[in-house]
Design a binder for this molecule. Sequence first.
Ligand SMILES: *Cc1c(COP(=O)(O)O)cnc(C)c1O
Length: 347
Amino acid sequence: MRWIDLRSDTVTRPTPEMREAMARAEVGDDVYMEDPTVNRLQDRAAELFGREAALFVPSGTMGNSICVKLHTEPGQEVVIEQNGHLYNYEMASMAVISGALARPVPSEGGLVTWTDLERAICLKSPFRAQTTLICLENTHNMAGGAVLSKARMREICDRAHAAGLRIHLDGARIFNASVALGESVAELTRPFDSVMFCLSKGLGAPVGSMIVGSSALMDRGRRVRKMLGGGMRQAGVLAAAGLVALERMTGRLREDHENAQLLARGLAEIEGIDIDPERVRTNILIFDLFHSGMDAQQLSDRLKQRGVLANAINPRQMRMVTHYDVSREDCLEALAALRQAVEAGRH
Ligand SMILES: *Cc1c(COP(=O)(O)O)cnc(C)c1O
């Protein structure tokens, strides 16, 4: 059976061009910083983001963990939007690896404002942990791929810096934000102290993420990466796929956004499903099926019988993510399966 897999953009498999680049990659020992392909990938990422340096890491989670560690001391506090990935889906790494306390704040649709964050910041207190770091996420995964504007990010960064705080961007899908906003990743991320982005999601690479920042920060980051067991040896075979991801795969994200829009508009027409297509701006959509009389796990199971994979995120909501390995036709097919599954649930 050929699945239409809408669970995540992490399921993308390397393209033929990536496979070829991997086979041909020149390699060396990257712990000695002697892997030419890793070095090229890091240089290219630094250039694209307009930064001094970049570091190739095995996963987005490790990239975020390294950055939190670089910006905090044990016992300090990190302010983050309450549905943020760093807070909810990284095995409490902030607490375990950095000894930091997360201070989650609510926001309207994941689009956090300075006012939302400011309330939670504590700079000086005889009782409370000191806030030293803010983490933003763009696009925001659990807010349905919501996009923070350049102006909003700039304002938050400026105010954070004025208060003496550091600020990190979880930009796992920053290239999706870049396409949605029509702004370069360098322009969007300039005011952040560090940025993490994933090669292994919409960009299609099999493994790997990057962090970018100053040379001094990335030098310290390399040491933390080694401490966490992320010092890789002939990693050039992976970096080669990452280079193809950066050069070839960013422009086409627009197609994923169009397919997500197609899904959202189709879903909005199904009785019992609630979604506002206007709010779907990138490749992630979250819809509510409370009025369908089914719970999300039931719908997920019914879709699976029809060849479509999608995850329930709680009893009444499901998430779908479009990517390189699902075409417009696949999305139309998925919509037909959804219609049938919801219809069947009513009887
Ligand atoms: C996927 C993701 C990560 C972590 O990436 P892994 O490579 O899966 O560890 C971090 N932040 C966000 C917003 C993500 O979607």
